[in-house]
Structure formats: structure tokens, C-alpha cells
Design a protein around this ligand. Structure first.
Ligand SMILES: NC(=O)c1ccc[n+]([C@@H]2O[C@H](COP(=O)([O-])OP(=O)(O)OC[C@H]3O[C@@H](n4cnc5c(N)ncnc54)[C@H](O)[C@@H]3O)[C@@H](O)[C@H]2O)c1
Ligand SMILES: [Zn+2]
Ligand SMILES: [Zn+2]
Length: 371
């Protein structure tokens, strides 16, 4: 069997730096798979949750799930992709047969939950190896490698004139953020919005709210730089939540009423609780940030019934990737979505550990690895 060499950043255990290793992968994709030569991969906080041991994560594994590249080999049963197609990788492959896929909710795919979310392919196996050792791919993507085998449903074709570094970000942060507003919350134009956390995901909630016609967009963060960036992406008001009580500040900015929608984009229990408190009667708080394993929140269920407040979750922006990825790329190419300002560092694969240090310190929006 012929193989392709893959240079990749490998997770070897929690709180250890990723190791750059030479791995191999079959050159022949399975019948419903494609081999992608990565052009770029963003570094997302979900990779950091895994790296820092906040999520139970098997090793060895190639991390990274926010990638874009070019198809270099196509399985025998793949009909809608060809060699040289430009694709954005999706970290939720869809079986296209289960009740969730058929009802238009591929991010909840039954088979993906049983396989990709455990970092294996639909057949329960891995595709990468280091000598005789099997190596997993994060979410069946593993975009911290210069090649990735993925299920065909996880490679979404996009137009060829879009730059692939920017396109990579659509594979997680951008779709997650914009989708949380447009698909999950189905926010009405003229709404008032709070976004807590101005990282890669939160800033895209801000641009989603702007796109969907929000009247007031309040951002909160503990970093002054991030609050400035929030304004660049469309926020009308900013709260430094290190220096101010978040809920009080939101009530003040909304005449005591609270916001129509609040989005938590960090993954901390007290900011999720604050989002719930900051929404008006009948308003909606959306949990986008992901917490460490085992974290619980405390919500007053009397308020929930009495005030008809909703607390909902959003996975991958409730996206239908084959519709949403190309649409967001079109919006970018037409100047309606900003992807350029999101790339604050372009790095080589070897510098991936430094990118995580930057993220731990809350600096920059996205580091993008270019292969
Ligand atoms: N739901 C989904 O499908 C989905 C998809 C991708 C990422 N995520 C999650 O979204 C979260 C954000 O990811 P990201 O890549 O944008 O992270 P990031 O590190 O880029 O941004 C986090 C932001 O939160 C701010 N922050 C940290 N502590 C804070 C506090 N106490 N109060 C206010 N602000 C604070 C930081 O300054 C930073 O700006 C992560 O938990 C990630 O796992 C969820
Ligand atoms: Zn992500
Ligand atoms: Zn499915």
C-alpha cells in the first residue's frame, strides 16, 4: 500500500507541548473519503482545552480542526469532489442518513457523535500512523498536519478565488459565531445583544449580530485590546468585566431591561450565569463557549418559568456546513464579513506551541498555520 508522509503536531498527553512528528497516511482514500493537502489551519481554543487537559483527550493524536486545503485524492464512491477542488474541513462529518442529518441538523449527526467526536472515522478506526502505532485525528480532522484524510462529507467545496488562510477560519470560529446568531438564536433584526468573550468565536458572534441587523451590540471581555477589536467588528458598547460588574453594566446600558440575546463565548460557569441574568424577560441566553469536563452552572428555575427566559446551546453554529461555508465565503468576498482582521499571526507548524501561549494570555485573535 502506498503512503503519503504527513508532518504534524502531535498531542502526546495533557500539559505537554505538541511534538512535531513525521507520520504516514494511506495514499488511497477509502471509498467515501478524500485526501486533503492542507494549506492552512487556525488555532482554536477547543484545541487548547484538549492540550491543557480540560477535556479527556486520547493520545497520540494530531490536534487542529479549523482547516482548509486542496483535494489531492478522491475515494471511488465520492461524486461531488474532484482532485484540485478547494475545500474547508468540517469537524462534524455527517452520515447523511440518521434522523438528525435527514432533518437538516448535521451537527447533531448520530454517527459523528459515536465516531468523530471520539476522534475516529466512521468505521471506528484511525487513518494516521507513526511506524506501527496508530495516531488519532482530532474530531476526524487533525488539521495540524500538512495532509488529512477526511470523510467526504467533511470536505466542503468552496470557490477557488478565496484565500485559503481566511477560508480555514470558516471551518470553526466564523461559522460557530455567525451561526449561533443566525441559525441557533434566529435573532430578529433590531435586537439588543450581549457577547461575552471577544476571541475568535465571540468576534464572529459580533459580526453575525451586525449582519443580522442588531440595534445594540454590547461586548464584554477582561482585555482592553479585545474590547477594541469588538468595536472594530461592530460592537456599539464595551464592558471591561474585570473592572465592572457585568450584569449591572448591561442593565445600565439597556435602561434596566436587559438584552434580548446574550451569547457566552468563553466557556466559564460564572459568565454563562451572568449571560442568563443579563437577558430581559422572555429573552434568550446562548451557550457557545465550552466548559472544562465536569463544570456545572447554577440557574434559578423559578426565574426560568416566571420570566420565560430561555437558555439554549449552540454547536458549530447549528450550521449546515455545505450551505453555510460557501455562503460565508461569498459574504467575505463581497466585503460583508471580515476574515482578514481575524488573522493576527501567520505561523509555521513548528511554532504552534507559541500560538497556544499567546492564546493562554488572551493575545491576538487567530494564529493561522500556513503549510
Ligand atoms: N459551541 C461550539 O461549537 C464551539 C466551537 C468552537 C469553539 N468553542 C468554544 O468557544 C470558546 C471560545 O473560543 P475562542 O477560540 O474564541 O477562544 P479565545 O481564547 O480566542 O477567546 C476567549 C476570550 O475570552 C476572554 N476571557 C477569558 N476569560 C474571561 C473572563 N473571565 N471574562 C471575560 N472575558 C474573558 C479572553 O480575553 C478572550 O478574548 C472556547 O470555550 C471554545 O472551546 C465552541
Ligand atoms: Zn474550534
Ligand atoms: Zn447523521
Amino acid at each position: 500500500m502506498s503512503t503519503v508522509d504527513v508532518r504534524a503536531a502531535v498531542f502526546t498527553g495533557p500539559n505537554q507541548p505538541l511534538e512535531i512528528q513525521d507520520l504516514s497516511i494511506s495514499a488511497e482514500p477509502g471509498a467515501n473519503e478524500v485526501l486533503v493537502k492542507l494549506a492552512a489551519s487556525g488555532v482554536c481554543h477547543s484545541d487548547l482545552h484538549a492540550l491543557d487537559g480540560e477535556w479527556e483527550t486520547p493520545a497520540p493524536m494530531v490536534l487542529g480542526h479549523e482547516g482548509a486545503g486542496v483535494v489531492v485524492a478522491v475515494g471511488s464512491e465520492v461524486r461531488d469532489l474532484d482532485i484540485d477542488d478547494h475545500v474547508i474541513l468540517s469537524w462534524t462529518p455527517s452520515c447523511q442518513k440518521c434522523e438528525f442529518c435527514v432533518s437538516g441538523r448535521p451537527v447533531l449527526c448520530q454517527l459523528a457523535n459515536e465516531t468523530a467526536y471520539r476522534h475516529v472515522f466512521f468505521d471506528g478506526k484511525t487513518r494516521l500512523s507513526a511506524g506501527s502505532q496508530e495516531v488519532k485525528s482530532f474530531l476526524a480532522v487533525g488539521s495540524f498536519g500538512d495532509h488529512a484524510m477526511v470523510p467526504a462529507s467533511a470536505a466542503i467545496k468552496i470557490r477557488k478565488d478565496a484565500p485559503l488562510a481566511q477560508a480555514a477560519l470558516v471551518g470553526c470560529a466564523v461559522t460557530t459565531g455567525i451561526g449561533a446568531v443566525v441559525n441557533t438564536a434566529e435573532m430578529e433584526p433590531g435586537s439588543t445583544v450581549l457577547v461575552v468573550g471577544c476571541g475568535g468565536v465571540g468576534l464572529n458572534v459580533v459580526q453575525g449580530a451586525r449582519l443580522a441587523g442588531a440595534r445594540q451590540i454590547i461586548v464584554a471581555d477582561i482585555s482592553k485590546d479585545k474590547l477594541e477589536l469588538g468595536r472594530t467588528f461592530g460592537a456599539t458598547h464595551a464592558i471591561n468585566s474585570k473592572e465592572n460588574d457585568l450584569v449591572e453594566a448591561v442593565l445600565e446600558l439597556t435602561g434596566g431591561r436587559g438584552v434580548d440575546y446574550a451569547f457566552e463565548a468563553i466557556g466559564l460557569p460564572f459568565t454563562i450565569e451572568a449571560c442568563y441574568e443579563a437577558v430581559r424577560r422572555g429573552g434568550t441566553a446562548v451557550v457557545v463557549g465550552q466548559v472544562a469536563d465536569g463544570v456545572k452552572i447554577s440557574i434559578d428555575p423559578f426565574v426560568m418559568s416566571d420570566q420565560e427566559k430561555r437558555l439554549i446551546g449552540s454547536n458549530y453554529g447549528s450550521s449546515r456546513q455545505s450551505i453555510d461555508f460557501p455562503k460565508i465565503i461569498d459574504l467575505y468576498m463581497e466585503g460583508l464579513v471580515d476574515l482578514d482582521s481575524m488573522i493576527t499571526d501567520r505561523i509555521a507548524l513548528d511554532d504552534v506551541n507559541e500560538a497556544f501561549d499567546e492564546m493562554r494570555q488572551g493575545r491576538g485573535i487567530r494564529s493561522v498555520i500556513e503549510y
